[in-house]
Design a protein around this ligand. Structure first.
Ligand code: OFO
Length: 165
C-alpha cells in the first residue's frame, strides 16, 4: 500500500512524464519541418521512452492498490526560436524531471516507504543517462559550431550519442 501523499506525487509524476512525451513529439515535429530529420527521429525515440516511463509509474500505482490517473496534457510548446533552443529546452526539462524524482524520493524516505523508494531507483538511474544525453547533444553546438554546414553536421551526430556507466 502507498500513502495518499505518495499516490498524489506519483500521479503528478505520471502527468510530467506524459508532458515530456508530448513535448518531445512536438520537438520531433519542429525538427522535421525545419530539415533536421535525424534529430526528429531522436526526439521521437525520446518521446516513446517518456511514454514508457509514464506507463511504468501508472502500473506501479495500480499494483499498489492506488488510483492511477490518466493525465490531461495541455500547453505543449510548439514553436522554437531555433535548432539550438530545442536542445536547451530538452536539457532544462530533464533537469526538472530529475528534481521532481528527488522530491519524490525524499518524501519516501520521510515516510519510510522503502518499497516505493526501491521502485524509484530505476528512474533516478535513468535520469543520469537522460541528462547526459541532453547535455552531450547541446555540447555538439559548441564542438562543431553552428556556422556554415554546422547545424547539418550536428543533426547527423545526434543519434550517435551513447551513454555508458
Ligand atoms: Fe526523461 O524523464 Fe522520464 O523519467
Amino acid at each position: 500500500l502507498i500513502s495518499q501523499d505518495i499516490e498524489t506525487l506519483l500521479n503528478q509524476q505520471i502527468k510530467k512524464e506524459a508532458h515530456s512525451s508530448s513535448l518531445y513529439l512536438s520537438m520531433a515535429s519542429w525538427c522535421n519541418q525545419n530539415g533536421y530529420d535525424f534529430s526528429s527521429d531522436y526526439f521521437t525515440k525520446q518521446s516513446e521512452e517518456e511514454r514508457m516511463h509514464q506507463l511504468k509509474l501508472f502500473k506501479y500505482v495500480l499494483d499498489m492498490g492506488g488510483n492511477a490517473i490518466s493525465p490531461e496534457v495541455t500547453g505543449i510548446k510548439t514553436d522554437f526560436a531555433g535548432f539550438r533552443e530545442v536542445f536547451e529546452d530538452a536539457l532544462e526539462a530533464e533537469i526538472a524531471i530529475t528534481q521532481s524524482f528527488k522530491n519524490l524520493a525524499s518524501r519516501c524516505l520521510k515516510e519510510q516507504d522503502f518499497v516505493t523508494m526501491e521502485f524509484l531507483n530505476w528512474f533516478l538511474k535513468e535520469q543520469r543517462e537522460e541528462e547526459y544525453k541532453a547535455r552531450r547533444a547541446l555540447e555538439l553546438f559548441e564542438v562543431i559550431g553552428e556556422e556554415g554546414t554546422g547545424r547539418w553536421e550536428i543533426d547527423k551526430h545526434v543519434n550517435d550519442i551513447t551513454y555508458s556507466e
